[in-house]
Design a binder for this molecule. Structure first.
Ligand code: NDP
Ligand code: 8X3
Length: 255
């Protein structure tokens, strides 16, 4: 698609903000959705007339439905939906994790994607035009200590994306799953470690992580592909990161 209207959830930070700038600079109308209105208003100020700030909590199904039913006319014909809002909370082993953190991850990363998709997908099918892009993670495929529920929510995003494609066969609607590895410069680790700056910074110590603009490049590539081509899944990691390494627990080692 050369231009159109794109919905970006999680627009107030990280990947979402990079996507808003990338698409608005190229003339797309962008519905920028998140909970922090002030950040969304900054985006509108940067791209007047092209950005519509939409304050929503994606976990609230009714609020999501109402918000997307009530978009202003200039933004109502949605072509692309990027389900990007999401978070990790905690990196403790499962037996020390907080149940509330697990519930919030499931509500945001699973229910949030479902709520937004359920609200917008019928319109795409009715208009016979559109593209759903879901933000998964390498954590949805590759296990790591402390990834427990976060990885499981991204496995949900993975399979939901592929099953959407199955249901959309015979329509021109495309579905793309993006599965990034460690990406620096966003709020992700600050949120994961409940605001602990040192723990968050340590995640990116000693190697070149990918950055939000790399994600924006990937998403841009998928929406620029010709209509007969659906980029179904992209896994992307820092060159320094690999999923290699089966773990063996040695007798006597600490748990
Ligand atoms: P950030 O923490 O920088 O941004 C997350 C965004 O999600 C914010 O805009 C936040 O906005 C929004 N958000 C969180 N909860 C809700 C909610 N309930 N309702 C609406 N919006 C919400 O993270 P990243 O940009 O790094 O990550 C974006 C996505 O990419 C996430 O799904 C993450 O899991 C995934 N990912 C990140 C990786 C990384 O290493 N950074 C790697 C792989 C995947 P607000 O608080 O204003 O609502
Ligand atoms: C987060 C990716 O590598 O930090 O989705 O677990 S990683």
């Amino acid at each position: 698609m050369k231009t159109g209207t794109i919905v970006v959830t999680g627009a107030s930070a990280g990947f979402g903000t990079a996507l808003v700038h990338r698409y608005a600079r190229s003339g797309w109308r962008v519905v920028a959705a998140a909970r922090r209105t002030d950040r969304l208003e900054d985006l509108r100020a940067a791209h007047p007339r092209l950005v519509y700030p939409l304050t929503i909590d994606v976990t609230d199904a009714e609020a999501v439905r109402a918000a997307f039913t009530d978009l202003p006319a200039d933004f109502a014909t949605v072509d692309v939906v990027v389900n990007n809002a999401g978070l990790a909370l905690g990196a403790e082993p499962a037996y020390r994790a907080a149940l509330g953190d697990w519930a919030t991850m499931i509500a945001t990363n699973c229910n949030g994607v479902v709520n937004v998709t359920h609200a917008l997908l019928p319109g795409l099918v009715e208009r016979q035009r559109g593209h759903i892009i879901n933000m998964g993670s390498v954590a949805g495929t590759h296990a790591y200590p402390g990834g427990n529920v976060y990885g499981a929510t991204k496995a949900f995003v993975h399979q939901f994306s592929h099953n959407l494609r199955a249901d959309l066969a015979g329509t021109p609607i495309r579905v793309t799953l993006i599965e990034p590895g460690t990406c620096a410069g966003t709020e992700f680790s600050r949120v994961r470690y409940h605001g602990d700056r040192d723990q968050a910074l340590a995640v990116y110590d000693g190697f070149d992580a990918i950055v939000a603009e790399d994600i924006a490049d990937a998403v841009w590539w998928t929406t620029s592909a010709p209509p007969h081509l659906d980029i179904t899944r992209i896994e992307m990691m820092p060159t320094a990161q690999t999923p290699a390494g089966f773990a063996v627990h040695r007798t006597g080692a600490e748990t």
